[in-house]
Design a protein around this ligand. Structure first.
Ligand SMILES: Cc1ncc(COP(=O)(O)O)c(C=O)c1O
Length: 390
């Protein structure tokens, strides 16, 4: 059994989460629960594989072989019932990179790209930085739950002649695990209007009991034909710094264009350590993942009861998936700057302010619960004190 309660020192390890507060204008002593990586060690099987590779000591150009693909294929088949083919695979050093490549390869400057805010903020910047038109289908929030405004979704697509839709499934930060019905309805609209779908499914492995992740491209062949599916072992096994993601595109024409675009950037072989880690994680890390998910469930239960007992002004939006918790702080009656101030300066916490996630994000904060419970307890006490003394 893994001891997820263990506190592992991350300061002075070049950690983006821990070592850059002051440089980013925050107090040095903030407790960081922002960026989506975990304060847990990756599973022993991954560490051992990386150590073995290190001991070999040769880090020349490397490429994946059949055994790498076999491990991916087995993972997606047994966990999601999705049968991937070797020729569909494009390996990239990250999902955001893949999204940018898909935007550049499959749309032209000025084309409209649709996203569903509030959403992971690099979606917006990837569209804007590539000189495409950003179109937003804002998620509807009613009675503590998010859903899709399908009429607005289709209207935005037709009005702006949308070329591409970037789907976040499961959704960061609102925590929805979209149902097969919801995905089908969106997919049918995209097929009808010739919209390409980039399905970012990086959080697919984190789904709470009672919910299940549906691979968008696996719903119908017509969906597979318009979809770029982005997957990665990096959230699941805490490997973000190793930069490895597996992108599946069954449509040959789309795949060729994405590969060409990647090649234009001068990128070819992946970092070998990312491949080693990915293979070990998917081949042998499943038991660890199930233990982790049980621990995260405990963290979620703790935060839910703490918030309802000690900070009833704040509402926890019940997540169906992901280890990112979306806190509705609007009843505090603070504007975004004042809310950020309360969190950062008074509570001494580093969270992600909801406004960063675009439309519909104002008045919310995103909390990363993938850390030892004692740390989370400390963070919640700090937040409760700041809220009480505001
Ligand atoms: C929805 C989503 N996509 C992509 C990423 C990052 O992926 P990568 O590090 O592979 O670019 C994250 C990280 O938080 C995420 O939440």
């Amino acid at each position: 059994m893994t001891n997820f309660d263990e506190i592992i020192e991350r300061r002075n390890t070049d950690s983006l989460k821990y070592d850059f507060a002051a440089r980013r204008g925050l107090p040095e002593d903030v407790l960081p629960l922002w960026v989506a990586d975990m304060d847990f060690r990756t599973p022993p099987c991954v560490i051992e594989a990386l150590v073995e590779k290190s001991r070999h000591g040769i880090f020349g150009y490397s490429e994946s072989r059949e055994d790498y693909f076999a491990v991916l294929k087995s993972w997606f088949s047994r966990r999601f019932g999705w049968k991937v083919q070797p020729e569909w695979l494009i390996k990239t050093p990250g999902v955001v990179y893949a999204i940018c490549m898909a935007i550049r390869a499959l749309t032209s400057e000025g084309d409209a790209v649709l996203i569903q805010q509030p959403v992971y903020y690099p979606f917006e910047s990837s569209v804007i930085n590539n000189d495409r038109e950003l179109v937003v289908n804002e998620l509807a929030y009613e009675n503590g739950r998010y859903h899709i405004d399908f009429e607005d979704f289709e209207r935005k697509i037709t009005q702006h002649r949308v070329k591409m839709f970037i789907l976040c499934s499961p959704h960061n930060p609102v925590g929805r695990v979209w149902t097969k019905e919801e995905l089908t309805r969106m997919g049918d609209i995209c097929v009808k209007h010739g919209v390409i779908v980039v399905a970012d499914e990086i959080h697919a492995d984190f789904v709470y009991p009672g919910y299940s992740h549906t691979v968008f491209a696996n719903i119908k062949p017509e969906f597979a034909d318009i979809t770029v599916t982005c997957t990665a072992p990096t959230k699941t096994f805490n490997l973000a710094g190793l930069q490895i993601s597996n992108i599946f595109v069954s449509n040959q024409r789309m795949r060729k264009r994405i590969k060409q675009e990647i090649s234009r950037t001068g990128y070819s072989q992946l970092n070998v350590m990312g491949m080693v880690a990915c293979k070990a994680a998917y081949a042998q890390g499943e038991e660890w993942l199930e233990e982790l998910k049980a621990y995260l469930q405990g963290n979620l239960d703790f935060v839910r009861s703490f918030v309802s007992e000690r900070m009833p002004e704040i509402r926890l939006v019940e997540p169906e998936g992901t280890y990112l918790i979306w806190l509705d702080c609007r009843a505090l009656g603070l504007n975004d700057k004042a809310l950020d101030d309360l969190v950062i300066q008074r509570a001494k916490l580093w969270l992600d302010g909801g406004h960063m996630f675009g439309q519909g994000g104002s008045g919310f904060q995103r909390l990363n619960i993938a850390c030892p419970r004692s740390l989370l307890e400390q963070a919640m006490e700090r937040l409760a004190a700041a809220v009480a003394n505001r």
